[in-house]
Design a protein around this ligand. Structure first.
Ligand code: PXP
Length: 249
């Protein structure tokens, strides 16, 4: 299969806010990071407004909605509070993620198969408001089928396990995980879903994911903000963009 089009890069700016919040200062400013990301070739900006507001704040979402030229992908848990915030702002895209207060980051995918009735009702007003709604899920076919059934436009496949297995040198298991992600992407596309992927991606792990032809968008944050410490945010993003293009060529 030929790739479906140019792969988009959504830059997740959460950890710019993490650094700011570590000192309670006004800097670094996530909106400024978003502007640099745009100049470096990002196609969109992703921000996760967590229930505990540990990084991105409500004021950041206000500022991004007011000042951003790129489309905003708002990641959030499927709670009443977040639904109200999303309906007030009507961002271009919403990605629903599971949230657990104890976790360091989003650890697994949503259980759409079990929570399908509630999630179908939950996303209906978001879809009516014109937001492109995405489910952050594992590659389990049941989760992909349930996402299609409830009317999601997009699934974002969780690449965290694939990246962890790579980092741990467990290459056979990593390759099995990659094969399952490929199958998941093909199944999702065959059901009419747009396919995205993300979590934990680095320069070392991005190319096999970027090469999956059905995938239209990658969302990458922690590694890019980390790499920005050494080479600057613009060059860090440009290198990721270059690797994605190389994988797709
Ligand atoms: N996609 C989703 C749905 C996420 O929750 C996250 C982490 O916030 C990412 C992508 C980006 O992951 P990372 O920061 O590890 O690149």
């Amino acid at each position: 299969m030929q790739p479906l089009g140019k792969l988009r890069l959504g830059v997740n700016i959460d950890h710019v806010a993490t650094v700011r919040n570590a000192r309670g200062s006004a800097y670094p400013d996530p909106l400024r990071a978003a502007e640099i990301a745009e100049a470096a070739g990002a196609s969109g900006i992703t921000a996760h407004l967590r229930e505990d507001r540990r990084h991105i704040s409500d004021a950041d979402i206000d500022a991004l909605m007011a000042g951003l030229k790129l489309p905003l992908n708002l990641e959030m848990a499927a709670t009443d509070e977040m639904q109200k915030i999303a309906l007030r702002h009507k961002p271009h895209a919403i990605c629903l993620v599971p949230e657990n207060r104890q976790e360091r980051t989003t650890e697994g995918g949503l259980d759409v198969a079990v929570d399908d009735n509630r999630l179908a009702q939950y996303i209906a007003p978001l879809r009516e408001a014109g937001c492109r709604v995405s489910m952050f899920i594992g590659h389990d076919p049941r989760q992909i089928q349930a996402s299609a059934r409830i009317g999601a436009a997009v699934v974002e496949l969780h690449t965290g396990a694939y990246c962890d297995l790579h980092a741990e040198g467990r290459f056979e298991e990593r390759d099995a995980e990659l094969a399952a992600l490929r199958e998941g992407a093909a199944l999702a596309h065959s059901l009419g879903l747009e396919v995205h992927a993300g979590h934990g991606l680095t320069y070392e792990t991005v190319k096999p994911i970027a090469a999956i032809p059905e995938i239209m968008e990658l969302n990458i944050g922690h590694f890019l903000i980390s790499e920005a410490i050494f080479r600057g945010l613009g060059p860090a993003i440009e290198e990721m963009r270059r690797l994605m293009d190389e994988a797709r060529a």
